[in-house]
Write a protein that binds this ligand. Structure first.
Ligand code: GLN
Length: 446
């Protein structure tokens, strides 16, 4: 049934880069057999899901929506995929994204443009726009994405669903093709908070082959969903409600906070004074790490190789010039510049120092409050093509989401209203490894 639904909707929404029909049927049969034998099954057994195309899947193309990896078939699964398969998950396909997760609209994909299911002329957000659209259009129950600066929360906001970026280190990054390694985290798209709690429980936890994954115990997140926010302290950061945030978005988020207050939460204005430097800092750190991570795509070890070349240098140059798209090249140039010997101290080192200040803002704020609530995105979904000529306006899509990646703290986006028939997202940010409280507040609001 799911495959029929996908076939019917895909021509309109274009969420997927590949459909894994055979594997889906095979996995579903395995679950059926378990049920027949009377074996115990996980709540995720037999449930159809989508996987962002930068998460490695053994035997299935993993392209990062890039020409350079168009024919790359990983010989291994990402840890999250192994864990989900063990739970009996059924993969429906690999979802479209901005090339190498660089973008906020899924338009930098080398292969197709995903549409927002609410209005097919609008973008679904990005970079995990395919995963968001697949869940929002009802093609799958949940999908995995990755969030380096907002790529799960921003598309979740723009498509009216739930999107969680957990604490840095909560979920193994093994098999997630790296963009900005110190910021990247695998995230989850669902249609409600309960489903998000279930999936998180399944994929979180220590992984011996990812040194940055945390040994912190993984609780049963569904236990937090009791609707009780009595006495809980909510911080409202004034910097997230200033210039540049649409009035209707502000109002919807403030109404959301009011609703939580009526449920018994205490609300307090707070300040995160370094917020205004977050985007600039991100666009030094993320491209720097990307320029280093993407050096491995050289035409020798992976994927695409230019056809004609006379020297090794020419092979590299032609392969990378032809294989990478414009936005990816822009990031590599910025990152290489920021890391170069003469500029390192002025840009990269400075950016790391500012990152520490942003992190300290959160630490200080969390001495007084349990969660912080703010808009996810300054506005609702925009038209396809609208921001293509203006990278800076595209970068501003992430002003409200980037700080959580800088600090490594968990954050979720949940729908909190509509503007002109398009969804608005409310962001709930928590303390390190306190996904439980984040989910609790999200669920109480829902
Ligand atoms: N939009 C941001 C960027 O282009 C964030 C992307 C992401 O989180 N992967 O870098």
């Amino acid at each position: 049934k799911t495959l029929d639904k996908v076939k019917a909707l895909e021509s309109k929404v274009e969420s997927f880069l590949s459909i894994t029909e055979e594997i889906a049927i095979e996995k579903a049969k395995e679950v059926d057999e378990k049920i027949e034998k009377g074996e115990e099954i996980s709540p995720l057994a037999g449930i159809p899901m989508g996987i962002k195309d930068n998460i490695c899947t053994e035997g299935i193309n993993t392209t990062c929506a890039s020409k350079i990896l168009q024919n790359f078939v990983p010989p291994y699964n990402a840890t999250v995929i192994d864990r989900l398969y063990e739970s009996g998950a059924v993969p429906i396909g690999k979802t479209n994204m901005d090339e190498f997760a660089m973008g906020s609209s899924t338009e930098t994909s080398a292969f197709k443009k995903t549409k927002n299911p609410w209005d097919l002329n609008k973008v679904p957000g990005g970079s995990s726009g395919g995963s968001a659209a697949a869940v929002a259009s009802g093609q799958v129950f949940y999908a995995l994405g990755s969030d380096t600066g907002g790529s799960v929360r921003q598309p979740a906001a723009l498509t009216g669903i739930v999107g969680l970026k957990p604490t840095y280190g909560r979920i193994s990054r093994y098999g997630l093709i790296a963009f900005g390694s110190s910021l990247d985290q695998i995230g989850i798209f669902t249609r409600n908070v309960y489903d998000c709690a279930l999936v998180l429980k399944e994929i979180a936890g220590k992984d011996e082959i990812d040194g940055t994954s945390s040994p912190e115990e993984v609780p049963d997140y569904t236990k937090f969903l009791d609707g009780n926010v009595n006495g809980l302290k909510i911080g409202v950061p004034k910097e997230y409600f200033e210039q540049g945030i649409d009035e209707d978005v502000k109002k919807a988020v403030l109404d959301g906070i009011q609703k939580l207050k009526e449920l018994g939460a205490q609300v307090k204005e707070i300040s995160l004074p370094h917020t205004k430097y977050a985007v600039a800092t991100y666009y030094v750190i993320a491209p720097s790490e990307a320029s280093s991570n993407l050096a491995r795509f050289d035409g020798i070890r992976y994927g695409y190789r230019a056809e004609k070349f006379d020297s090794l240098d020419e092979l590299y140059i032609k392969t990378r010039s032809e294989g990478f798209g414009e936005e990816v090249k822009r990031r590599i140039v910025i990152g290489t510049y920021a890391l170069s010997a003469g500029y390192y101290d002025a840009y990269y080192k400075k950016a790391l120092q500012v990152r520490t200040l942003i992190k300290q803002d959160f630490e200080k704020a969390f001495e007084d409050v349990d969660v912080i609530i703010a808009p996810t995105v300054p506005n609702v979904a925009f038209n396809i093509g609208e921001k293509n000529e203006d990278p800076l306006s595209m970068y501003m899509e992430d002003v409200c989401t980037i700080p959580a990646n800088m600090a490594g703290v968990p954050a979720i986006s949940i729908p909190c209203g509509l503007k002109n028939g398009l969804p608005i997202g409310m962001q709930i940010i928590g303390k390190h490894f306190d996904e439980g409280t984040v989910l609790k507040v999200a669920h109480a609001y829902e």
